[in-house]
Design a protein around this ligand. Structure first.
Ligand SMILES: Nc1ncnc2c1ncn2[C@@H]1O[C@H](COP(=O)(O)OP(=O)(O)OP(=O)(O)O)[C@@H](O)[C@H]1O
Ligand SMILES: [Mg+2]
Length: 236
């Protein structure tokens, strides 16, 4: 059985593609059979891969920017024998008020966990809160199957020490709502040149600069996400 992680936040530019591609790369380098689904019509993940003629990525990238992900992907994933699937979701809220036909909603309907990158400013927390109605709707649709939301702080200034407890609590409070388990991950991702440069080389940071701080952060984040997944599985 494959574990599916939707990397989602309707707020644009918070780091969905950066985080999903780099975690996928780190998992693959640790021996997992990984698929990254580019569910964004902008096709950023596909573009990243195509920045080199021969893909330098240690995992597959598949374009599927449609709201039928939850119906069409599970049989494909099973057949291909993937162990972990990451879905790079698009920005933007649903076009229709009922959310039907929304790509992110479709991903959330069958994901085991949602990894939500958020930039560490009050305005970004508030903007990310546009996800709440969608999360509530999806939680209701999933009935007994709980929705785990993992928040990852992305874009912290490197000069600052760990984000204060206050800022983390503020993030938790905005998102915690009935029926939704929310966890702000301990690993924080800083703003680093390596994250911005690696895509132009068609690489993920663990390959582009294995000894970099960015590579260390991604390894720590990947480890923490795996731990959260195994805790969820044990509790289920
Ligand atoms: N930690 C970081 N350090 C430096 N640059 C970053 C970092 N995270 C993201 N970026 C840069 O910020 C920009 C937006 O990031 P990214 O494309 O990952 O966001 P996104 O949420 O996928 O955007 P969209 O909503 O458009 O899909 C990119 O140019 C990326 O290289
Ligand atoms: Mg993106």
């Amino acid at each position: 059985m494959a574990y599916v992680i939707a990397v989602a936040n309707q707020k644009g530019g918070c780091g969905k593609t950066t985080i999903s591609m780099n975690i996928a790369g780190c998992l693959a380098r640790n021996g997992y059979k990984v698929l990254l689904v580019d569910a964004d019509p902008q096709g950023s993940a596909i573009q990243w891969r195509n920045n080199r003629e021969d893909s330098a990525l240690p995992f597959h990238v598949q374009s599927f920017p449609f709201p039928t992900l939850h119906k069409e992907l599970p049989p494909q994933i099973l057949q291909a024998g993937y162990e972990i699937v990451l879905i790079d979701c698009p920005p933007g809220a649903a076009a229709k008020p009922d959310g039907k036909g929304d790509i992110t909603r479709s991903a959330l309907l069958f994901a085991h966990a949602i990894l939500m990158p958020v930039r560490p400013t009050p305005l970004d927390y508030q903007a990310s809160a546009i996800m709440l109605p969608l999360l509530q709707d999806v939680s209701f649709m999933r009935n007994q199957q709980k929705l785990a939301v993992l928040l990852v702080i992305n874009g912290k200034p490197p000069s600052r020490t760990r984000l204060g407890a206050e800022a983390r609590t503020a993030a938790e409070q905005i998102f915690s709502t009935e029926g939704i388990q929310i966890r702000v991950l301990d690993t924080e991702i800083c703003t680093r040149q390596t994250y911005a440069e690696a895509p132009s080389a068609g690489k993920v940071v663990v390959d582009y600069d294995p000894k970099s701080k960015a590579s260390e952060e991604i390894q720590a984040l990947t480890k923490e996400v795996l731990e959260c997944l195994s805790q969820m599985i044990a509790a289920a």
